[in-house]
Design a protein around this ligand. Structure first.
Ligand code: PMP
Ligand code: GLN
Length: 379
């Protein structure tokens, strides 16, 4: 069968989680919380199911959820999105990203991806007939090399995809990053797809600067978010897309034929849950404790690292220790040490090996301590 994605295998998250299960390793690979969500959220879903909220939701999402999301955005970022025409509820950020790419990328269009890039971006571009143009981030900081982005822009550039806070590095955008991007696209017919699924997981007093905060960026940007990350419910696959009306119109044309709509009782539950802003405002403190616990244990190992600025991932470098490939080391550590992680070469088009591993610290403290113990005794 002629493959539309000949270079794509099974995603690393499936591969590593499976290997972790088989090896009975502690799974710090695939990014999902190792603890349950708030029981109140489960009660809400159950309540709405019992109340009969079990049929198709409106294609764009239930009004209650769109409205509270619009209010939240206004109070957090002082930016308006019309809940009727500019907020769309989707089945996970993956749906938002795919639908946004499909909505604007025409065959032959170029899409700039900053790599390492989350693994769903390039296949989405390819399936739309677009050409992914890869621009490397500055390693080891993982900041954006704006000169290279500028050089990569051509007449054919239709989209720049960005991810802030960044998976896998945790890099958090500065005001200067926003201003520079705005300067580059100001007079051009370029859209931005901004993956902000870790907007509430951000450390050391940093403030998330959503791309919507810059007016030049807002008018051309699809903001893609996920409730899975924020409320410890990655298995629910529910997220949203915020975009100005003309962009949302095109976005919805695609979304309606990708999933049509998103699980109804989950939407009612989240609309109710979002009324208490502490549920997301407490998140930086909650995850910073975990990051600090994990980093303090890591400092007892021979790995080199800089504490993550955001997301629930911590990178470590072992370049000074071994020449083994990051992929082989991940497999070996999973099987022999009992700790699973992600080799970040998988986020590079050419599988460039910087000898860096990604660990997910969204786990119970006891699981993190056990993993650190294993890593320490394997040194
Ligand atoms: N973007 C990034 C950067 C992610 O890390 C993830 C998932 N972990 C997603 C998108 C997908 O989010 P969802 O599960 O809501 O589809
Ligand atoms: N985004 C998660 C990660 O980076 C994984 C999501 C998935 O498994 N598709 O680990």
């Amino acid at each position: 069968l002629p493959s539309k994605l000949p270079d794509v295998g099974t995603t690393i998250f499936t591969v590593m989680s499976q290997l972790a299960n088989e090896s009975k390793a502690i799974n710090l690979s695939q990014g999902f919380p190792g603890f349950d969500c708030d029981p109140y959220l489960v009660d809400l879903v159950t309540r709405f199911m019992k109340e009969g909220k079990n049929q198709y939701a409106p294609m764009t999402g239930i009004p209650e959820l769109r409205e509270i999301l619009s209010e939240k955005t206004k109070s957090l970022y002082q930016v308006d999105y019309n809940s009727e025409s500019e907020v769309t509820i989707v089945s996970g950020a993956t749906d938002a990203l795919f639908s946004a790419v499909s909505a604007v990328v025409q065959p032959g269009d170029e899409v700039i991806l900053l790599e390492p890039a989350y693994d769903s971006y390039a296949p989405a571009v390819k399936l739309s007939g677009g050409v992914a143009v890869f621009v490397p981030l500055n390693i080891p900081e993982f900041s954006v090399d704006w000169d290279r982005v500028k050089d990569a822009i051509t007449e054919k550039t239709r989209v720049i995809m960005v991810n802030n806070p960044h998976n896998p590095s945790g890099y958090v955008w500065t005001k200067q990053d926003l201003d520079t991007l705005a300067g580059l696209v100001r007079d051009k017919n370029i859209f931005i797809i901004s993956d902000e699924v870790y907007e509430h997981i951000i450390f050391d007093g940093r403030k998330h600067l959503s791309l919507m905060c810059h007016p030049v960026l807002k008018e051309r940007t699809f903001i893609c978010g996920s409730f899975g990350k924020t409320f410890h419910v990655t298995g629910w696959k529910i997220g949203y897309c915020l975009a100005p009306k003309p962009l949302s119109i095109e976005f919805r044309k695609v979304h309606q034929f990708v999933t049509f709509s998103t699980a109804t009782p989950l939407q009612f539950a989240l609309a109710e849950y979002l009324k208490d802003e502490r549920k997301y405002l407490d998140l930086p403190g909650f995850y910073q404790k975990k990051r600090d616990l994990f980093c303090s244990g890591l400092s007892e190992t021979d790995f080199k690292f800089t504490p993550s600025q955001g997301s629930f991932f911590q990178l470590v470098s072992y370049k000074h220790l071994s020449s083994i490939s990051d992929y082989e080391l991940s497999v070996k550590m999973c099987k022999e040490v009992g700790v699973a992680c992600i080799p970040i070469s998988v986020f590079f088009n050419q599988k460039e090996d910087h000898k860096i591993l990604r660990f997910c610290f969204a786990k119970s403290d006891s699981e993190l301590l056990e993993a650190l113990d294993k890593l320490n005794s394997s040194n």
